[in-house]
Write a protein of this length. Structure first.
Length: 152
């Protein structure tokens, strides 16, 4: 949708990895140059444009989500950290986390002039280098999001 401005009625997934976009072609990255990736949530609306809550769970009904990555960075998918690059699987796992309703968590602080997150987890709001496995905090967050499903 954010690539074309059109919702195709026969889309094939609730969560789509759209791909890489340049800041020159994607105003979101132009306005937010420090963002590595972004997950947009599109919601259903009624005939008057109001968000729907068909199942009356107090939450807006999600239609689908799209994930985009900022191609202004140098990306890597090597099995070992490559200096000067961003690990694509780490960022992709983080964005998919947003796609299944996980939010950022953890404390962000400055130590020796650099940002760091504590505890370190996939769903931290900052990139802290290669991290391809979910931590206990990531798993706990996911479980708390979905513990009451389908009644939440």
């Amino acid at each position: 949708y954010f690539n074309t401005g059109v919702i195709n009625s026969d889309w094939g997934a609730d969560l789509t990895q759209v791909g890489f976009r340049s800041a020159a072609d994607f105003s979101y990255f132009l306005a937010n140059p420090n963002v590595l990736g972004v997950t947009f949530t599109l919601t259903w609306v009624d005939g008057e444009g109001n968000p729907t809550d068909i199942d009356n769970n107090g939450k807006t009904d999600v239609a689908f989500r799209e994930i985009y990555y900022n191609d202004e960075y140098t990306w890597s998918d090597s099995d070992t950290a490559v200096p000067g690059t961003i690990d694509f699987p780490t960022v992709a796992i983080h964005e998919v986390g947003h796609g299944i309703s996980a939010a950022h968590f953890g404390m962000i602080a400055v130590k020796n002039g650099a940002l760091f997150a504590k505890p370190r987890a996939i769903m931290n709001a900052i990139y802290g280098g290669m991290l391809r496995d979910l931590t206990g905090r990531d798993k706990g967050s996911h479980c708390s999001n979905w513990a009451q499903w389908p009644n939440n």
